[in-house]
Design a protein around this ligand. Structure first.
Ligand code: AMP
Length: 420
C-alpha cells in the first residue's frame, strides 16, 4: 500500500456519500436560479492583493489562513479562501455594473484556508456563494437572507437558526467605533488582540476566548448606536423578512470575517454540529467595490458551506431522496447474453435510464452481488438458456418478484418500470 494520503485537513468524498453531497450542493443553488441569479466562475486562485484588500488585513483569514505562493513568474498568488473578493474583482474588471443593477451572481466550488482541522473545519471545503451587487435596497437584503433560508428548508433542515444584526455604515460606525475603542482600552487584552483592535475593534467582540468574552458584557453595541437612516434600513429589512415568512434571532455581537461589512449582517447556525455550528453567513459590504478600485457601489451576499450543510443533513437524519448508483442493472450469463446486455444497457442510458452491467467474468454469484451493490431497483438476468427461448428475467429487487420478458421488449419494459 502506498504511503500517500490526502493532505492534512482535506478529505475525499466517496460514493455513496458523494451523491448526497451533490444533492445538498444542488439544493443550495436551486433557490438562486429561481431568483434570477446568474452563474459566475472565477479562477480558484487570484492575485494575493484581491484577498488582502478584499477580505481585510485584520482578519484571521488574511493574516493566518491563506495559501499564498509565488508562481514561476514571481507573481504572488493565493488559493481563494472565500468567493466574494474574487467575484468583486470580476465584477469590476468586466464592468458588469454597466448592464443594469442589481447584478445577481452565484458561484460554487472549492475554498482553501490553513485552519486547525477539526470536525466541520477543513483546509479544503466547498461553498455556494452568492452576491447581489449595485443596489442598496432593504428588500434586496431580505431577498438574499430568505434565499439562504430557502436552501436549508428545501433540504428539510429544521434545527437551524438565522442570526441577524446591523453593523451600521460610514455615517454612524466611526462614532460607535470610537466608543468601542475607549471601552476596549480599559480591558486586559494581549498584544495581538490590541493590534487587531486597532485595525478593526469590532473583531474583538467576535473573539471566542472566554477570558476575552468575560470582559465584554458591558461593551457598547452597534445596534444601539445606529444612525436614523441605518436604523430605518434595518427596520425595513426586518419588515420584509417578516413578510417573507422568515424568522430570526437578533445577534448584536455578530461580526463577520470581512472587514468591509456594513448594515445587514447575518449568520446561519445549525444546532446539531457542535463547535463549528456556522453553516453559512453573509451581509452587506457597501465599501468593498471601492476598496478594490471599482465604482462606489453597494453589495450584499452570503456563502454557505456545503460540507457543513451535509453534516447538518446527516445530524438531522434526513433522507433527501438521493438516487445513488443506477436504476437498472443487467446481468448476462454467457457470451451471447453479453452482447444483448451491452446493447440493452446502451439503449437504456440513451433513453436517460441510469443503467449498468458487469464486466469481467464474475459468475452468477459475483454478478448478483454487483447488482445488489449497484443500488438498482430492477435487475435483468439474461442466461444463455433463457436466450434460447428468446427471454430475459426481470427482477424487482424491492419485492423479489421476477418474470420473463421477451428480449425484444426488455428495453421498453425496463424503461417503463424503473420510473414506477
Ligand atoms: P465564512 O466566509 O467564514 O463566513 O464561511 C462561510 C461558510 O463556509 C461557513 O458558515 C461554513 O459553513 C463554511 N466554512 C468556512 N470555513 C470552513 C472550513 N474551514 N471548513 C468547512 N467549512 C467552512
Amino acid at each position: 500500500m502506498s504511503e500517500l494520503r490526502a493532505p492534512k485537513g482535506t478529505f475525499d468524498t466517496l460514493p455513496p456519500t458523494s451523491a448526497t453531497f451533490l444533492a445538498v450542493r444542488d439544493a443550495l443553488v436551486r433557490p438562486l436560479r429561481l431568483a434570477g441569479y446568474g452563474y459566475l466562475e472565477t479562477p480558484v486562485f487570484e492575485e494575493t492583493a484581491v484577498f488582502s484588500r478584499g477580505v481585510g488585513e485584520s482578519t484571521d483569514v488574511v493574516t493566518k489562513e491563506m495559501y499564498t505562493f509565488d508562481d514561476r513568474g514571481g507573481r504572488s498568488l493565493t488559493l481563494r479562501p472565500e468567493f466574494t473578493a474574487g467575484v468583486m474583482r470580476a465584477f469590476i474588471e468586466h464592468r458588469l455594473f454597466d448592464a443594469g443593477l442589481p447584478v445577481k451572481l452565484w458561484s460554487v466550488g472549492s475554498a482553501f484556508r490553513y485552519e486547525r482541522p477539526q470536525a466541520g473545519r477543513y483546509r479544503h471545503f466547498t461553498q455556494v456563494s452568492m452576491e447581489a451587487l449595485g443596489v442598496d435596497d432593504p428588500a434586496l437584503d431580505a431577498e438574499v437572507v430568505a434565499l439562504g433560508v430557502q436552501g436549508f428548508r428545501d433540504l428539510g433542515l429544521t434545527d437551524f437558526e438565522l442570526l441577524l444584526t446591523s453593523l451600521g455604515d460610514a455615517t454612524c460606525r466611526p462614532q460607535y467605533r470610537e466608543k468601542l475603542v475607549q471601552f476596549l482600552e480599559k480591558l486586559d487584552l494581549d498584544e495581538e488582540t490590541r493590534r487587531r483592535a486597532e485595525i478593526n475593534p469590532l473583531r474583538v467582540l467576535d473573539d471566542k476566548r472566554p477570558e476575552v468574552q468575560a470582559q465584554l458584557d458591558d461593551a457598547p453595541l452597534m445596534v444601539d448606536h445606529l444612525s436614523d437612516e441605518t436604523r430605518a434600513h434595518y427596520d425595513a429589512v426586518r419588515q420584509h423578512l417578516t413578510d417573507l415568512g422568515v424568522t430570526w434571532t437578533e445577534a448584536p455581537r455578530l461580526v463577520r470575517g470581512l472587514d468591509y461589512y456594513t448594515k445587514t449582517t447575518f449568520e446561519f447556525v445549525h444546532h446539531g454540529l457542535g463547535a463549528q455550528s456556522a453553516i453559512g453567513g453573509g451581509g452587506r459590504y457597501d465599501g468593498l467595490s471601492a476598496a478594490l478600485g471599482g465604482p462606489d457601489l453597494s453589495g450584499i451576499g452570503y456563502a454557505v458551506g456545503v460540507d457543513r450543510t451535509l453534516l447538518a443533513v446527516q445530524a438531522e437524519g434526513l433522507d433527501i431522496g438521493v438516487q445513488a448508483g443506477v436504476q437498472a442493472f443487467v446481468v448476462p450469463l454467457g457470451a451471447e447474453a453479453k452482447r444483448v446486455a451491452v446493447r440493452l444497457v446502451g439503449q437504456l442510458r440513451q433513453a436517460g435510464v441510469a443503467a449498468d452491467t458487469v464486466y469481467g467474468d464474475r459468475g452468477l454469484k459475483g454478478a448478483m452481488k454487483a447488482a445488489d451493490r449497484s443500488g438498482a431497483s430492477h435487475v435483468v438476468v439474461i442466461g444463455d438458456r433463457d436466450l434460447a427461448e428468446g427471454v430475459g428475467q426481470l427482477k424487482d429487487m424491492r419485492t423479489g418478484e421476477q418474470h420473463a420478458v421477451p428480449v425484444g421488449e426488455l428495453f421498453e419494459t425496463v424503461r417503463a418500470t424503473v420510473g414506477t
